[in-house]
Ligand binder design. Structure first.
Ligand SMILES: C[S@@+](CC[C@H](N)C(=O)[O-])C[C@H]1O[C@@H](n2cnc3c(N)ncnc32)[C@H](O)[C@@H]1O
Length: 258
């Protein structure tokens, strides 16, 4: 990033966060993304998901744990879907401001709710997405059966969340042990999520993988955030030491079979 140090912050962020893998995300104001961050680049996560998940215009989409609703805005703008932007920690009034400013007031509906007590009708949604959020509530074996009730039969559920490609076992590498905490117990891999969902008999899993280049994107994001004093050095150090061996983003897509 040394070649960007004399540029203004906005331009530096634009350069560092323009990534070929995510052409749609690259058209957004990256300072807007960083200013509203709650975790790794949310638009990249949404775009990584939509690279395997089909969204058609007019679909009803639940964005579960939408945070500051950037992904809801992105989905409405890019795929012309109707989005219910549900979050627990971020006030819907605050999200409504962002939604109106983004010009998608007719297509994004902010809702304050706990993912475990959703105020929707059974079968209402064509798709449910959850970006960097599902692991906060979805590891409960009873959660998927609850959640898919809100999907029409054949509707899809897609998530992207931090994950470890495989179970590191009891002897953690030093760089993981140094950062380890309860949050990381929910950083599960594609095989774990596939089994967790498929054993319910309620969905078929279409994709369960690690987002290609996910660890590099994560590190790039943290380095960019560092430019505005919002990096996270312990995570950056861990990602560098891992070099993509274990860490990255798990992506899982399934559809409701009954
Ligand atoms: C790391 S943030 C990610 C937010 C956003 N999806 C993004 O990518 O920027 C995790 C989000 O999950 C939401 N969350 C956690 N537990 C939740 C729950 N039980 N119900 C609804 N949302 C929840 C939080 O409110 C928070 O906004």
């Amino acid at each position: 990033m040394s070649d960007t140090k004399d540029l203004g912050t906005e331009e530096q962020l634009r350069r560092v966060l323009t990534v070929e893998r995510y052409p749609r995300s690259s058209t957004y104001d990256q300072l807007w993304v960083v200013d509203n961050l709650m975790g790794p680049h949310p638009l990249w996560a949404a775009e990584a998901l939509t690279q395997v998940m089909l969204l058609r215009p007019g679909m009803r989409v639940l964005d579960l744990g939408c945070g500051t609703a950037l992904t809801s805005i992105f989905l409405a703008r890019e795929y012309d879907v109707q989005v219910w932007a549900v979050d627990l920690w971020v006030e819907p009034t605050e999200n409504w401001e962002r939604i109106q400013q983004a010009g998608v007031a007719g297509r994004v509906h902010p809702v304050h709710a706990d993912a475990r007590t959703l105020p929707f009708a059974d079968g209402f949604f064509d798709a449910i997405v959850s970006l960097d959020a599902y692991h906060y509530f979805g590891t409960d074996a009873l959660y998927l059966p609850y959640c898919v009730e809100f999907l029409r039969p054949g509707g899809s559920l897609g998530i992207v969340a931090p994950g470890l490609r495989r179970d590191p076992g009891p002897d953690l590498p030093a760089y993981l042990a140094e950062r380890w905490g309860p949050d990381m117990c929910t950083w599960l891999g594609p095989d774990w999520w596939r089994r967790h969902w498929e054993r319910t008999g309620l969905v078929e899993v279409d994709v369960a993988d690690m987002v290609p280049g996910g660890w590099e994107d994560w590190l790039r994001w943290l380095d960019a955030c560092e430019l505005v004093g919002r990096g996270h050095e312990p995570d950056a150090r861990m990602l560098r030491a891992d070099g993509g061996d274990l860490l990255g983003f798990t992506r899982v897509l399934a559809h409701r079979v009954r």
